[in-house]
Design a protein around this ligand. Structure first.
Ligand code: ZN
Ligand code: ZN
Length: 134
């Protein structure tokens, strides 16, 4: 039938108003420890990156966009508040919150970003060296 890589990853926000899919071939999970992510997510942000043209969203009108910096905006569900997307200017790809993606994803954390901004209450997550589709 279909090869596993042909089956997209799917996900949804907590209330289900927003659902999405993205290619299973997306690289592994990136963990961002910057202050913007900490204050938006309440902790570090784990996400998958995918070209905007490869992401299918239903319920996009439920998304509320917020300019989190001069160079980035983020979309959250206006009903449940789940952080769904981050878009960095110039927009070419979306960073999709990993916690919203249905398991099993087959993904592992492959990179930490902004380690120097990490708060003192956790250690950096270990990076996958094998079994990660990057
Ligand atoms: Zn929602
Ligand atoms: Zn960040």
């Amino acid at each position: 039938m279909t090869d596993d890589t042909d089956t997209p990853l799917t996900g949804h926000c907590h209330c289900g108003a927003v659902t999405f899919s993205l290619p299973r071939t997306a690289a592994g999970v990136l963990a961002c420890h910057c202050e913007d992510c900490q204050r938006m997510h309440g902790n570090f942000n784990a996400f998958l990156a995918a070209p905007i043209s490869d992401v299918r969203i239903t319920g996009a009108d439920a998304l509320v966009w917020y300019d989190s910096s001069a160079a980035a905006r983020r979309a959250f569900c206006g009903t449940c508040g789940a952080r769904v997307l981050k878009e960095v200017t110039p927009a070419g790809r979306w960073l999709i919150s990993a916690g919203l993606i249905d398991a099993p994803t087959g993904k592992r954390i492959i990179k930490n970003l902004w380690e120097q901004s990490k708060p003192d209450w956790y250690d950096l997550p270990p990076l996958a060296t094998e079994g990660a589709s990057a």
